[in-house]
Design a protein around this ligand. Structure first.
Ligand code: IMP
Ligand code: MG
Length: 187
């Protein structure tokens, strides 16, 4: 698997996490989750759309009878700046009461999306609620977040690939790399 940014796309910058590092870390996370949840199989709640690639790979390293559900929220428009507003675009299909819920997120930036989700899902009375985030952008969270599983802590640059997009593009890149845009930037 190539870990080089697509040749000829001037928007793609340095690789931040290459494909091999992603797969190795995700295998570790899956093993940890398998150990921690051995007596209480989790319900994985993927946050669409960004987490779908991570969720698919992670789940195949969890050796338990897991169940899946998805939720779509929107906190960003098509630009690389947050709108500051979180909105549920698609709600869960399953009832969370009494379930051991593990939120699977692509990236935590301000933490706004996650805080909103945690509050919203806790109100549905799960037996437990934890978070597995592939990426955490260093130093951006305004308050301390309770993150049970974290893949990688990354520098401030806006990134794409492995589920992460700009205007719906680049989600299929097998690595995470910097996105360069002349006009907009991350807050
Ligand atoms: P937060 O609410 O500021 O923590 O933003 C989290 C959400 O913003 C993530 O679920 C992503 O969908 C999106 N996001 C944040 N940073 C990036 C990035 O670098 N690339 C692509 N999407 C991002
Ligand atoms: Mg997004």
């Amino acid at each position: 698997m190539s870990s080089e940014p697509a040749a000829g796309d001037p928007h793609l910058g340095a690789v931040v996490v290459d494909a091999d590092a992603l797969q190795a870390r995700i295998a570790e996370l899956g093993a940890e989750i398998t150990r921690d949840y051995h007596d209480r199989p989790p319900l994985l709640v993927g946050v669409l759309k960004g987490a779908f690639v991570f969720m698919a790979d992670l789940a195949r390293h969890v050796d338990l009878p897991v169940e899946f559900d998805f939720m779509a929220v929107s906190s960003y428009g098509s630009a690389t700046k947050t709108s500051g507003v979180v909105r549920i675009v698609k709600d869960l299909d399953l009832d969370l009461s009494g379930r051991h819920v593990l939120i699977v997120e692509d990236i935590i930036d301000s933490g706004l999306t996650l805080s909103y989700l945690q509050k919203n899902l806790l109100a549905r009375e799960p037996a437990s609620l934890e978070v597995c985030a592939l990426l955490v952008r260093e130093g951006k969270q305004r308050r301390e977040l309770d993150l049970r599983y974290v893949g990688f802590r990354i520098p401030p640059d806006f990134v794409v690939g492995y589920g992460l997009d700009v205007a719906e593009r680049y989600r299929n890149l097998p690595y995470v790399c910097v996105y360069r845009d002349g006009e907009s930037s991350v807050r």
